[in-house]
Design a protein around this ligand. Structure first.
Ligand SMILES: CC(=O)SCCNC(=O)CCNC(=O)[C@H](O)C(C)(C)COP(=O)(O)OP(=O)(O)OC[C@H]1O[C@@H](n2cnc3c(N)ncnc32)[C@H](O)[C@@H]1OP(=O)(O)O
Ligand SMILES: CC(=O)C(=O)O
Length: 545
């Protein structure tokens, strides 16, 4: 580990160590993260994400490229009026001036000033091949572009950082030139030179060696910016910090061009929890899971369950053996206490469950099985049999809770009894197809026959069932079927195959998933739908009427 790296000499618990240099956490979700395929952030989205980042306590928020992307120009204009950042400083991203011109007259450089961001981060070529082949200019002119642009912007009172693009590839091909770019930037006034693994092709030992060599050869304050093309973006970032970089860039949820950028939350969690290096304000890491998921909502990109630390599966345990040890001590199968990053431990119930899994899941769901070994064995056997038949309880906690209550209380919760149901489907040669369902149920002390129409059989059954039950259970009016997933389980059987349906139901505040399995789509859907409504009534605290 390099002398004066943020990864050695961690500060004393009761205050900073004066000799230790600050570690800067720089977020580029709104710029490089937005370069991810499928991400299209509105200005409003960007403002909301910036607020989250400020709450997280990052040092810098790179807001985008004003002058190049109209939405980013607008972001900086609105940020100046609408954002009240408590901790973070806004950075505008842009490139060095065009070859052959001057920074003062370059419209793109002017736009960086106009953004009024206190920090400007300039991307500059540091790989000689890129200078000649992509920029189509001379090596000397590229250095002049760096000097001119950095000098101009610092002269205008901006803090300037330099992203040395393709630094590692450039260093491997021509270390002398790559180092000249670093020195030129610092001599011109850049406060940090960020070494970029732009193509994401590096491995940790290479990154560590090259960062150490740059530190040896220059006095430049160094940063690191990694992409994840080798799956090593976080490891590469840590290797660079260990070798002496003092500034780390990354994105929330690892968003970014191609395979993404280094995942900033994973980096800061590694730093704080594994290496004892404070990276965020005290206590902020506990917001990591909430912020990652809030940002997923804003970007409308489903959260990555397997994300380290903050992913929904990060502390989810499926194997029976794991559960049995966790029952004794959660640390036996967890590398940290999930609360440290605001996450929770979860038990998953499946055919891999053992008695311990069932008992712990029961505790999680608030159903006490009292450590009754015989009862636990019966539930475990039932789960294994059901799963062999196509059920999947790990995706359907609500159905599992109903099953658990059936064993714990001696009867499955039920608010109505089903006598029968039937479907008629009308598919005229022309015109609209209609499905009509009739259900016969007993509820509120009455036998009820109700019909419902829908655009398909499940929709019609849902309508008929609600029609039948609403007089006895007006609480059902708030319940809505929000998602419906079908899987054919034994494709080899063709139309004879077993069908599994997962239904997500919501009461507007929370949602739950139920499962149904049957020889056809409608039967499987009916089972999942009845469980969904039953669970909703149970959670609403309704008594059977
Ligand atoms: C590694 C990274 O991720 S860096 C960030 C990349 N982000 C983006 O590219 C998103 C925003 N980009 C844009 O909106 C556009 O590409 C713009 C506005 C920047 C440029 O658009 P255009 O003028 O149409 O040029 P185009 O995109 O075709 O090519 C880029 C130009 O920048 C030049 N350029 C590339 N890097 C640099 C640099 N570091 N310094 C100066 N000029 C550069 C290229 O040589 C090329 O110049 P040319 O038009 O004279 O050939
Ligand atoms: C600057 C940047 O985003 C990169 O080199 O990857």
């Amino acid at each position: 580990m390099s002398e004066n790296s943020p990864l050695d000499n961690p500060p004393a618990e009761n205050g900073p160590t004066p000799s230790r240099r600050r570690l800067d956490v720089y977020d580029t979700t709104l710029r490089d993260g937005a370069q991810q395929e499928g991400l299209a952030l509105s200005v409003h989205d960007k403002l909301q994400i910036a607020q989250q980042l400020d709450e997280l306590g990052v040092g810098f928020i790179e807001g985008g490229w004003p002058g190049a992307i109209p939405r980013d120009t607008e972001f900086f204009a609105r940020a100046a009026k609408e954002l009240t950042l408590q901790r973070a400083v806004l950075a505008a991203f842009g490139s060095t001036r065009k070859p052959g011109g001057t920074a003062a007259s370059d419209p793109q450089v002017r736009a960086l000033l106009d953004s009024e961001a206190p920090v400007v981060t300039l991307v500059a070529k540091s790989d000689a091949r890129h200078v000649t082949a992509a920029l189509r200019t001379t090596l000397e002119e590229n250095l002049a572009m760096v000097t001119d642009t950095v000098t101009f912007l610092t002269g205008e009172g901006r803090r300037v950082m330099l992203d040395a693009e393709h630094f590692f590839d450039g260093y491997l091909a021509d270390p002398g030139y790559a180092l000249r770019v670093v020195r030129t930037a610092v001599e011109a006034g850049a406060e940090v030179v960020v070494l970029c693994d732009t193509n994401g092709g590096m491995l940790p030992p290479q990154v560590g060696e090259i960062v150490a060599a740059v530190r040896e050869a220059t006095a430049a304050p160094l940063g690191i910016h990694c992409h994840n093309d080798t799956g090593c973006a976080v490891a590469n970032s840590l290797a660079a910090l260990a070798a002496g970089a003092m500034h780390v860039q990354g994105t929330l949820n690892g968003y970014g061009e191609r395979t993404g950028n280094a995942d900033l939350l994973t980096i800061v969690a590694d730093l704080e929890l594994k290496l004892g290096i404070p990276a965020l304000p005290p206590g902020a890491l506990r917001e990591a899971t909430r912020i990652a998921h809030t940002v997923s909502e804003i970007t409308n990109v489903p959260p990555m369950n397997r994300a380290p630390y903050y992913g929904a599966s990060a502390f989810a345990h499926k194997a029976g053996l794991h559960a049995s040890a966790i029952r004794v001590d959660p640390d036996l199968y967890q590398h940290i206490d999930p609360q440290l990053v605001g996450n929770d431990m979860r038990m998953l119930v499946s055919d891999m469950a053992g008695r311990a899994s069932i008992e712990l899941k029961g505790r999680e769901l608030g159903v006490d099985l009292g450590g009754d070994r015989d009862l636990l064995t019966r539930v475990t056997d039932r789960v294994k049999a059901d799963e062999a038949g196509g059920y999947t309880y790990e995706a359907a906690d609500a159905s599992f809770e109903l099953l658990l209550r059936e064993y714990a209380d001696g009867a499955r919760p039920a608010f109505f009894d089903v006598e029968s149901w039937r479907i008629i489907m009308e598919s005229p040669a022309q015109g609209v197809r209609v499905s009509e369902a009739t259900v016969k149920v007993h509820a509120g002390g009455r036998r009820i026959i109700a019909t419902g129409e829908g655009n398909g059989p499940v929709n019609a059954l849902d309508a008929a069932l609600r029609e039948a039950l609403l007089p006895a259970y007006p609480e059902l009016a708030t319940l809505e079927l929000v998602d419906f997933k079908v899987r054919i389980l034994d494709a080899a059987h063709g139309t004879d195959a077993v069908t599994r349906v997962l239904i997500e139901t919501s009461d507007g505040r929370r949602s739950w998933t139920t499962v149904g399995v049957g020889p056809n789509l409608v039967e499987a859907s009916w089972e999942a739908m009845v469980d969904g409504l039953t669970y909703g009534l149970l959670k609403a605290g309704v008594a059977r009427r």
